[in-house]
Ligand binder design. Structure first.
Ligand code: FAD
Length: 412
């Protein structure tokens, strides 16, 4: 078999990047053995719907899984699910698993993703305090979805706000607690934060900013209230905490791979070991577009790095250097984000975020477009992706002028 080797490729992490690598290895013509090791019971699935349509019960697992189970058999990929990789032995080229196996490899891909950041405050282990990362977490949260139930969401980032929107639509009383002075402060301009605060308030969600969670209290081991450092108490029947993630780098680190805010990889997803690549949330990669290293938490990053890694594992160079993009669905609103806005010197608004439900905010750095947040504005999002990659210098007045369409703005 062309490209066949003795032990083949082993992939640790049966998620977005790992599944993409299986598809891409075969697309690259690789014919050797592939083994996919995943510690979850399910075959690889998409996480975005977990805080959107899947949480809302609008779609089932069949619409969330990345490929039907038969795909892996057809691709001659052995799935080792419910199995945790506990050690990588680089000298002898094998992965030790939680069930005591030593799985040999010729080439290895680490696609271990990330895990939720937990808040370590008194009462953190009370029943009813939830995080959201897996399909199992969704079932536990959904069990509380009864009209009139009280939910406190800790963290006003994308995931917290998406959960708030779904819960509200299910008739739940929702309070969002955010430590910063505004929601989504880490990623968007105040214009966008204010817009989402208005939308959630109009939907009946209570948003409290500048609140530090000091603990969870309850009776019979069940959460009944969230208490803040400012001395307030927020009654609840359940809590969903969404305060960020931590990349799963420990396996790579113990194996002596270079780790600095993620597993350090090159533009082709290679680590400092020629036989090991890494892809997805767990990595830190160079961005030619931004001229610095990035650790991204997005589907696009997992897919594109999964492709680059598959090529590199088969001896090819397919560098990944794209404008990062992301999305968030809340109520009837699709927020599409292209680029990274940190360091912007001017934010230009097109449309009316004060009263409307459709607008875009363009982030310029010394006149050059570096990012966009587009709410129900697909054309602005699409055009911006291209313009950001080109480092386009744009006229702010024309960007803001709705009578000039985006093509004309771009061509000026
Ligand atoms: P994952 O998909 O997390 O896969 C990693 C897998 O590796 C996991 O199954 C993990 O359990 C497993 N694993 C870890 N360690 C081991 C080990 N030692 N042995 C075996 N298996 C191991 N991104 C967007 O772009 N848009 C969105 O709207 C969006 N919404 C999101 C909503 C939610 C609720 C969540 C949780 C994430 C969302 N994301 C979104 C982020 C996106 O899902 C991730 O960036 C993406 O899944 C990363 O893919 P990955 O393959 O790196 O990691």
């Amino acid at each position: 078999m062309a490209g066949s080797t003795q032990h083949g490729v082993v992939i640790i992490g049966a998620g977005q990047a790992g599944a993409q690598a299986v598809v891409s290895l075969r697309a690259e013509g690789y014919e050797g053995p592939i083994r996919l090791i995943g510690d979850e019971a399910e075959p690889p699935y998409q996480r975005p719907p977990l805080s959107k349509k899947f949480l809302a019960g609008e779609i089932g697992f069949d619409r969330v899984e990345l490929k039907p189970a038969e795909f892996y058999a057809g691709a001659h990929c052995e799935l080792l699910l419910g199995t945790r990789a506990v050690e990588i032995n680089r000298a002898e080229h094998y992965v030790k698993t939680s069930d005591g196996r030593a799985v040999p490899y010729d080439k290895l891909l680490i696609a271990t993703g990330s895990r939720v950041r937990e808040i370590n405050v008194p009462g953190f282990d009370l029943d009813g305090v939830h995080y959201l990362r897996t399909v199992g977490d969704v079932s536990e949260i959904q069990a509380h979805f009864k009209p009139g139930a009280k939910l406190v969401v800790v963290g006003g980032g994308y995931i917290g706000l998406e959960v708030a929107a779904v819960a509200r639509k299910n008739g739940i009383d929702v309070t969002v607690l955010e430590t910063a002075e505004r929601v989504m402060a880490r990623v968007v301009d105040p214009i966008v934060s204010r817009f989402y605060e208005r939308i959630h308030k109009e939907a009946g969600v209570v948003i409290r900013t500048g609140v530090t969670v000091a603990g969870f209290e309850g009776a019979n081991n069940k959460v009944e209230r969230v208490v803040s450092g400012e001395g307030d108490s927020f009654p609840c029947d359940f809590v969903v905490v969404g305060v960020g993630i931590i990349p799963n780098v420990e396996l790579a680190q113990s194996a002596g791979l270079t780790v600095e805010n993620g597993i350090v990889v090159d533009e082709c997803a290679r680590t400092n070991d020629p036989d090991i690549c890494a892809a997805g949330d767990c990595t830190n990669h160079p961005s030619g577009i931004y001229g610095r290293r990035l650790r991204l938490e997005s589907v696009q990053n997992a897919i594109e790095q999964g492709k680059a890694a598959a090529a590199a594992l088969t001896g090819k160079n397919k560098p990944y250097d794209q404008v990062p993009w992301f999305w968030s669905d809340q109520y009837d609103l699709k927020l599409q984000i292209a680029g990274l806005s940190s360091g912007y010197t001017q934010a230009v608004t097109r449309g009316d975020p004060e009263t409307g439900r459709s607008f875009a905010v363009f982030y310029l750095k010394d006149g050059v477009l570096i990012a966009v947040d587009a709410v129900n504005r697909a054309p602005e999002f699409m055009m911006s992706k291209t313009l950001i990659a080109k480092h386009a210098k744009l006229d702010p007045a024309r960007l803001a002028d709705e009578t000039i369409n985006m093509k004309e703005v771009a061509n000026a």
